[in-house]
Design a binder for this molecule. Sequence first.
Ligand code: 5GP
Ligand code: MG
Ligand code: MG
Length: 189
Amino acid sequence: SSLNASIIPSEFTNPNLEVLYTAEQIKQRVIQLGQQISQDYAGNKNLVLIGILKGSCIFMADLMRAVDLELIIDFMAVSSYKDGTVSSGDIEILKDLTHPIRGKDVIICEDIVDTGLTLFRLTEILGSRGANSIRVATLLDKPETRKKEIKIDYCGFQVPNKFVVGCGLDAAGRYRNLPFIGVVKNPSL
Ligand code: 5GP
Ligand code: MG
Ligand code: MG
C-alpha cells in the first residue's frame, strides 16, 4: 500500500561506511518496541516521551508512531561536561522541557547508552522534578563501556565497542541522516 512507500533510499553510497543494522531491521525492531510500550502502558493517559536531542530525533519519530496510546512528547538537549576527552558525568541542560513532568509517566528516548553517565544524571534530574515513573528507551546499547548501572527498559539493538553513526547518531555532526546504523571504516576520510 502507499503507507509502505518510503522516503528512505535503500542504499547509501558512501564506501567508508560498514552497515551494522539496516533501515529495514531498525524499522521492524522499533515497531516491536512500540507494541511493547503500548501493552505496558495500556490505558495510561499520562505518558510523556522525552527525546534527547539531537541523537534521538529519528528513533523518537519512529517510536512515537509505533505507540498506540494517547501521549505527549517533549525534548531536551544536554551536553556532558568533559575533562579533556573523558566524560565527568555531570551534564549541562542546553534546552529544557516545555511542560512540567510532575506526576507524569516518562519514557526517556535516547540514541545510545554508552557509559550510562548521561542517563544516570538525567534520571536523577527528572526524578527530582516529581515524575511518577521514569523508564528508558534507547535505540542502541553499548554494554561493554558502561560505567553507571542503568536499567534499560526498551532497547533496539546492542552494538560492539565501536563508534557507530547513522539514524540520528553523528560523528562531529556528520552522518545523522543515514537510514542505517554503521561504523565509519576510516575516520580520517
Ligand atoms: P553516555 O556515555 O553518557 O552513555 O553517552 C552519551 C552520549 O554519547 C550518547 O547519547 C551519544 O550521543 C554519544 N555516544 C556514545 N557512544 C556513541 C557512539 O558510538 N556513536 C555516536 N555517534 N555517539 C555516541
Ligand atoms: Mg544521546
Ligand atoms: Mg554526538
